[in-house]
Write a protein that binds this ligand. Structure first.
Ligand code: DHE
Length: 586
């Protein structure tokens, strides 16, 4: 463990910005970057499930010389996996440029081939020269782009109902808790590449169950009562797990789309455990389901106009979804159109929604400590949108001053000078920004950046603290430097803010080194507290065929408490403590 003051500031040049398809302003070298592989590459949306769908060449005639149906299928798979995240499924552009045929045909085959081969300083990776695509694949992609894009299938009620399974009917489920697990202290751990979650006892560190879930499983959320755990895979498969069973297991499942990332449940008083909601990247839609059985009740498309240009967008993806504590409403963040939608779930037949113009590329976020305000990163715009969930209004748009804010849920704490603040770290640089969240007690600071200082390095994804902790933890899993991506920065909150010109010092915990894993380049990701807020858990995320681990640190002493290793812990990433996730404690 080392303590050090702020390092010289550097802008993250490497992987993260490019995986996000960013133009990466501030890059000193004016040349394309490799689209490197490894855990960081997994950060760019990859439409892997869409890639498995059978598509046909629009308007293709069998003797057309452009490409065969087989080549078209291979190219489409490659496109969905590697290109759709930035250029859009329908090639209308997202963070990357549009690749519609009016543009690609104007540019022609040779131009496209060299563009794909060499990349561009504006952020297009050099797929050819980096060895990520063979010459043959580059040629095939160029020809593919000259053809109209295939439209992947929709996923409506018939498809959902066909995929829906109630494994254990509500009446056949336990009437009381049948196990000795301290459910509030259970951790649901994403085993990303295994397509499973591990339920780990927060007191004994014992793995109580490993449950099969969707492909490249993404996040877990918990019902308001704490009984049901909801998990979503990138393939849109939702698993509802009953934590009261002798051995917790799936009691219902449904596939809500072809590509998806978010899931949540109704939390408002009187609506506990009644409904669940999931959001999809493709088709762009959200679905409201019965909270006991996952029966799909209402599917709503998010296709529509971008908030500022008022131009139609065919595939605005659903990013984070939260459940209001102030009203019976879900809060849905729509990426490409930049809208935050409050959905009143009391009357699904006559659905009332409030649509807030926020900012484009909304991604992830969380509540302030009062749970009244929701703060969400429009990460590629460098802003945090703040909405008031009591008034259903936009409160502020705050520029963080850093590149690509990525808060996870963010971190709430009481700053010794500025009072209640919410913090985010950044993907594109090493800065941490604090936003004042107390309009009553600290009106001058409310919804402004009150302080900004440096942590370990760029490539941060998650920042965390707990009401019972005096520490702020900042990870940097996507940093290209193995020492940085394997460590975590810890700030002492009470000693923040003495001299406004001096950045707070931080302690570096060498988590990956503590895990004692000899192989690979494990990345340390997503700090999560136990229910008392006395221990912090870190995933040490290695390659699929390599050893990974969970490292548990004592929050008071910052000393290693234990290392959880098990052959079943394949690529652990997110960890969701039942109590903290249920009550939105962060
Ligand atoms: Fe996530 C949350 C999307 C890659 C781990 N991630 C989220 C949310 C979204 C999102 C929209 C918010 C959900 C919510 O609150 O309802 N994530 C995406 C992507 O589009 C992206 C960039 C690329 C992709 O193709 O999926 C992506 N995410 C990753 C990873 O590579 C991570 C690090 C490892 C993994 O398991 O896949 C990862 N994302 C997480 C975690 C959360 C998350 C752990 C929840 C944080 C929390 O504390 O709640």
């Amino acid at each position: 463990m080392t303590t050090r003051a702020r390092p010289a500031r550097t802008v993250l040049l490497g992987t993260a910005a490019l995986f996000l398809g960013l133009a990466a302003p501030g890059i000193a070298e004016d040349k394309p970057k490799d689209h490197a592989d490894g855990p960081a590459a997994a950060y760019e949306p990859s439409m892997t499930t869409l890639g498995q769908i059978k598509v046909e060449i629009p308007g293709f005639k069998p003797d057309d010389p452009v490409m065969t149906q087989e080549e078209f299928q291979t190219a489409a798979t490659l496109y969905f996996e590697r290109c759709a995240g930035c250029h859009g499924v329908l090639r209308k552009g997202a963070t990357g440029k549009p690749l519609t045929t009016d543009i690609t045909r104007e540019n022609g085959y040779d131009y496209l081939t060299s563009f794909i081969t060499y990349g561009s300083p504006a952020g297009m990776p050099n797929w050819g020269t980096s060895g990520q695509m063979t010459e043959e694949e580059v040629g095939m992609m160029a020809r593919y782009l000259l053809l109209e894009p295939p439209a992947p299938p929709e996923w409506g009620m018939p498809e959902m109902l066909a995929s829906w399974k109630v494994v254990v009917k509500p009446e056949d489920r336990p009437k009381e808790k049948m196990n000795d697990i301290d459910i509030d202290n259970l951790m649901s751990v994403t085993l990303r590449d295994a397509g499973q979650v591990a339920l780990i006892d927060g007191g004994t560190y014992e793995i109580r169950a490993v449950i099969d879930t969707g492909y490249a499983v993404h996040i877990s959320r918990i019902s308001a009562s704490g009984r049901y755990l909801f998990v979503i895979g990138r393939d849109g498969l939702v698993n509802m797990i009953d934590l009261w069973m002798e051995k917790p297991d799936t009691v219902a499942s449904i596939k809500i789309g072809i590509e998806a990332r978010s899931i949540e449940t109704s939390k408002f008083e009187g609506w506990e455990d009644k409904l669940a909601i999931a959001g999809a990247y493709w088709p762009p839609q959200y679905v409201i389901m019965d909270g006991d059985t996952l029966e799909p009740k209402k599917i709503v498309s998010t296709r529509g106009n971008i908030y500022d240009e008022q131009v139609y967008h065919p595939e605005p993806r659903v990013a984070s979804i939260l459940s209001s504590h102030f009203k019976p409403e879900f809060i849905i963040n729509v990426k490409e159109t930049g809208k935050i939608i409050f959905v009143d779930y009391t009357d699904l037949k006559n659905l009332k929604t409030v649509e807030i113009e926020a900012e484009r590329f909304l991604h992830d976020g969380g509540f302030d400590s009062t749970k009244r305000y929701f703060l969400v990163a429009a990460n590629q715009r460098g802003k945090i949108a703040v909405v008031d969930t009591k008034e259903d209004k936009l409160t502020a748009l705050v520029e963080t001053g850093g590149q690509t804010p990525h808060p996870g849920r963010g971190a709430n704490f009481n700053h010794p000078v500025y009072g209640p603040v919410w913090a985010t770290s950044h993907l594109g640089d090493e800065s941490v920004a604090l936003i004042g969240t107390d309009p009553e007690g600290h009106p001058d600071q409310a919804w402004k950046i009150v302080d900004s200082f440096y942590a370990l390095g760029g490539g941060s994804l998650f920042i965390k603290t707990h009401p019972n902790s005096t520490h702020l933890y900042v990870d940097a899993p996507l940093n290209p430097d193995a020492e940085i991506s394997g460590s975590v920065a810890v700030f002492d909150i009470p000693s923040m803010g003495g001299d406004p010109n001096v950045d707070p010092e931080f302690t570096t915990l060498p988590i990956a080194e503590w895990a004692g894993i000899p192989e690979g380049q494990p990345r340390v990701v997503q700090p999560e507290f136990n229910k008392e807020g006395t221990e912090v858990w870190f995933s040490v995320w290695n390659g699929k065929d390599q050893e990974s681990a969970i490292v548990v640190v004592d929050d008071k002493t910052l000393e290693l408490k234990t290392v959880i290793k098990d052959p079943r812990l394949v690529t652990p990433t997110g960890k969701f403590n039942v109590l903290n996730t249920r009550d939105d404690v962060y």
